[in-house]
Each structure stands twice: as C-alpha cells, then as structure tokens.
Design a protein around this ligand. Sequence first.
Ligand code: GLC
Length: 481
Amino acid sequence: MKKILFVASEGVPFIKTGGLADVVGSLPKCIDSRYFDVRVILPKYKCMKPAMQEKLQYVTHFQMDYNWGSAYVGVFEAVEDGIHYYFIDNEEYFSGPKPYTDDPRYEIERYAYFSRAALSILPAIDFKPDVIHCHDWQTGLIPVYVKEVFNGNEFYQGIKTVFTIHNLKFQGRWCIDQVKGIVGLPDQFYTSDKLEAYGDVNLLKGGLVYADAITTVSDTYAEEIKTAFFGEGLDGLLCARSGDLRGIVNGIDYTDFNPETDPHIVKQYDASNFRKEKIKNKRALQAELGLKQDDKKMMIGLVSRLTDQKGLDLIAYVMDELCQDDIQLVVLGTGEERYENMFRHFAWKYGDKVSANIFYSDALSHKIYAACDAFLMPSLFEPCGLSQLMSLRYGTLPIVRETGGLKDTVQPYNVYEGTGTGFSFANYNAHEMLHTIRFAEEVYYKKKREWNKIVDRAMAADFSWSVSAKKYQEMYDWLIG
Ligand code: GLC
C-alpha cells in the first residue's frame, strides 16, 4: 500500500472558503484505495461548524521545538467516507472567527507553525508517507522542511513531495527580517535560488523550488503561469522547472453535485427529462428570491468569491446595459466590498431582475446551479474553476472567458458544426462579454431546440474525478519509483 499525505489549509466538509477545499475534500476519495492509503492534515479551526467539530476525536499532544522555544501541538482525528483526517490543534493560531486573517505577517507565522506541526505529528500517528501532497502557499514550507530540516531524522528520509498550485496570486510573502525566526531556517536560505523573491521571503516559492513535482489545476494554466502576465513574478522559476510542472484538471464530487439526487433542490432531474423538470427549480427560486415569476425569462447565475480574479469589473461596467435585456441575474457570494455593494445596488435598482445574495450558502448554490439557464464566469485568470463544472453537470450553460481551466473545460457553441457545451469569449473586454451573453440570449430565445442540444452535450460531459485521479496516481507511482 502506498501512503499519500495531503496537507492543506482547508477541506470540505470541515472548512471551506474556496475551490481548494472542494479539491482537498473530493480528490482523496477518488484515489484508488486498493493501492493508496490517502490521509489528510488540516488545521483545527475553532470556526469549524459545531456539527463537524463534534466528529473530531482527541489523539495526542506534545511540545514541538519551534521559534527558539517550543509550541503546543494537539492532534485530533476524524474519519469521513473512509478517509482519515488529522487536525492540528493550537488555539493561539486557529481560534479566530474565520480561517484566515488579514495580517500577512501573522499568516506566515500561523502556516509556518502548521507546516512544521504537520510533519512533526507523523511519528505520533504512525504514518510515514511515501508522498506528501502540498496545496498552495500555506504548505510551501513543507517540501523545504522535509529536505532541509527533518532530513536528519531517519523517519523522514525518502519522503517525496508534490506541490499543487491552486492559485499563484497568493504567495505568503513578507520581509525577511520579520519572519526569519518563525520560518526557522538559517540565513543561507533567504537567497534568490531558494526562499527569497523580490526582497521578501516567499513561502510559495519555497514549495516550488523544493518540491519533487509541481502540478497545477489545468493544462492551460500550467502554460499561462510560465508567462509574465499570469506568472505573478514567478514565471522565470516556473519556466526553469517546467520539466517537473504539469497540469491536471480538477474534477468535482459527482455524488454531491448530482441533479438526479440533490436534496437541496425542489425538483430532481437528469439528462433525459431536464426539458420538462428543470424549469420547476427556476419557478421555486424566482419565488424564493422575489424575482418576477416567469418561466420564459432567461436566468443567469453567478456563484463566486467576489474578487478581482473573477472578472467582476467587466460585469460592473456593463451591468446597466445588461439589465435592459430580457434576463434575470442571481448572484451568490461574498468578497470585496465594492463588488458586494455593486450587486446590492443593482438589485435595488432592478428589483424584479437582479437578486444579490451577499453571503455564503451551500444550499442556495445548488439551487442556483439547478434553476438557472446560464452561468456567468468572465474570470481575468482561472487556475481551474469549479462552478462551471457544477453548471455543466446541472445543464446550466457556462458563459466564460477563455482562460485557464475555463478554456479547458467549456467548449464554445459552434453554430455551424452543432458542437459545444457553453459560450466563451477571448479578450478581457466588457463588451466582448456582453456580446457573448447576448449571443447566448439569442440562442435561448430564438433557437430553443439548439439550446437544449447544447444542454444535452453539457450534461454528457464527464468532469468527475475518474480521469484526473488516475493522473495523480500515475504521478505518485512515478515519484515513488
Ligand atoms: C482556486 C482557484 C480555482 C480552482 C480552485 C481549486 O480557488 O482560483 O480556479 O478551481 O483553487 O483548484
């Protein structure tokens, strides 16, 4: 049995702020358990839902050498769908009201502690991984520690590391002098061939320099990040490591996201009966959100973190124009205040057309995927994107910008060939987006049979983990040798 350890800062069903949690929660279950024993380490956040908190069992605790002294490390465990999860407990670091804080220096301290603790608990839980699979900057120090700090201890020798980039924009960087003690490495590590970048210490860079293999969550993003525009200052390093860098597109949990069995939606449906049944979800959502009751109105959904990455400035720019069209727009998410307020404003201005739900709700997101006709995702960059995959699964046609995973997973409708699963545009331009939305409106209103055929193809597309999980397995096999 090969042993794989995932380490991440969030994972469904315990704690989620974004797509990272979906991947960490769903991929381990899809790795073939006949050959691989996959376990997961997460922080034990106090803000975890009480129902989840209750599942955690105390395992052990000890003092870990840390920061010229020592720090408490508690270990809790839970088993969910056959996967063992371990939680690092330290109230000093993980008892805030949200998983992350707004203090970049403190974030480095919290996750440097977490990375060291994750490695330190392994003998105590008697799990020596063949491969440690690290996710995003919060775990960037793990490959460094495995090779340079823990290598003196026989237990850690021979462990391979994989680093997966879910988002290159977040790097965990701060000025060297202020975090040196916390990171706990001697001076020679803060050089441009190791952890230093542009004068700062950069934890993501540490991961990228030291990991045995690097992956990111789509083929297109794997190419894009080797260029200056998408590379966030690390394109040179990624080019240098391109031999060890590959794209593996994310899947989604096909059990959680299944219109045939979804308990959150009013009317379940499948590929054979969506023409009659899907509409019942639209009626219910119009009623629930106080939108005009009208079967025929094209309803567009947007479920997203409300941040720059998601292309919301394009929407803000043409929102008034878009609202002149015969559509309804349903928004769900939280994020930057200017976008939250922008959507609130338009919901006030066009009350029967726009519904702004500025909060996070798993149940409402499912209702939106099921009820809407189309789903808008005009991202500036998108490592993979998961909500377009959820939309495809629910026969809700994605309207996306051709970047990263959006380009790899949504095939644009081609009128002449009768192919495609959604709509897309190339340039980061508000009117190009608007024209594409209007093209979708035209197909929806004037060529309903064509629209429904696109839905047929969307629902037939397979973005379960089956293909991608095999690619990870092959990579683990190759690393273990
Ligand atoms: C990040 C990315 C998103 C990706 C997700 C999971 O949230 O922004 O594109 O799908 O991670 O990999």
